[in-house]
Ligand binder design. Structure first.
Ligand code: NDP
Ligand code: 8X3
Length: 252
């Protein structure tokens, strides 16, 4: 066993691809998400395919008490968490600031920002106890530049960037690495969630260029987490070849 990785939002997209990547490389994985059937299915697949151990931990990252209860329930042998991947997150809607739905704003802030804070605080005592660990936060190119109708989603991802920087500073004395990963457009369930199940609108986002895949992002996360002990990638932006930043694309 290479180590233990705790992945939030492992039922789809980047989180699921990370679970496969780390499991394939001999890590035991703690997988989280709200959809329990998907977690059970993933747990079975990973164990059968890679012979590693899996702990499913279903909870909603935005619910403070649920987060701390779930993390406290982690059995002793699973507490030596080497890598925490704060990946659970979402965008809801793509509306102008004055038209956007306030409940959707709340959900994005509660999940993308508060969820990341709660999970990190709940897991940190285990890392501090061992004076080692690596926290990897999923930001976005939307946390580097703001685009029209991105308002609160962009704000939540700028917050991930700022929080990642301050975590890195405050956790220096505990020997804990903090990395923020900022992907550009990747075809996962992200746009389907953003457009509330409208598959046509969701697939339209990726027309005219080759987007990143979940596996591309998982490969980069794996690379960042397997560097020598003294090396920490602080902040990493990756985009498809045809995307320069959050705004500029060369579509064909
Ligand atoms: P997906 O929609 O495919 O996956 C999102 C995951 O987050 C799911 O497993 C979902 O599981 C989980 N999740 C959402 N809300 C919660 C919650 N409240 N509690 C626990 N889990 C939750 O999207 P991606 O894989 O693309 O996105 C992963 C992260 O990457 C997000 O933070 C996103 O903002 C970011 N990102 C995505 C990009 C893209 O283009 N796809 C680009 C840049 C960043 P469940 O529903 O079972 O709870
Ligand atoms: C997801 C990428 O550009 O749709 O964070 O905001 S984008």
């Amino acid at each position: 066993m290479k180590g233990i990785v705790f992945i939030t939002g492992a039922t789809s997209g980047f989180g699921e691809a990370c679970a496969f990547k780390f499991a394939a490389n001999g890590y035991n994985v703690i997988i989280n998400g709200r959809r329990t059937e998907r977690l059970a299915e993933l747990e079975q697949k990973l164990q059968a395919e890679f012979g590693i151990k899996v702990l499913s931990l279903p909870f909603d990252v935005s619910k403070r008490e649920a987060v701390f209860e779930a993390v406290q329930s982690i059995p002793g042998q699973w507490r030596a968490i080497d890598i925490l991947i704060n990946n659970a997150g979402l965008a809801l809607g793509r509306d102008l600031f004055d038209d956007a739905d306030l409940d959707e704003w709340d959900t994005m802030i509660d999940t993308n920002v508060k969820g990341l804070l709660y999970v990190s605080r709940a897991v940190l005592p285990f890392m501090i106890g061992r004076q080692k660990g690596h926290i990897i936060n999923l930001g976005s190119v939307a946390g580097k530049e703001v685009y029209e109708r991105g308002n609160v989603y962009c704000g939540s991802k700028f917050a991930v960037g700022a929080v990642s920087k301050s975590m890195r500073i405050d956790l220096l004395r505990h020997n804990i690495k903090v990395t923020a990963i900022h992907p550009g457009a990747a075809e996962t369930e992200f746009s389907l969630v953003r457009f509330k199940g409208d598959a046509g609108k969701a697939s339209g986002v990726y027309k005219g260029f080759k987007p990143l895949s979940a596996e591309d992002v998982a490969d980069v996360i794996y690379y960042c987490s397997t560097l020598p002990e003294h090396v920490c990638i602080n902040d990493l932006v990756l985009t498809p070849l045809q995307q320069a930043d959050a705004i500029y694309f060369h579509k064909k």
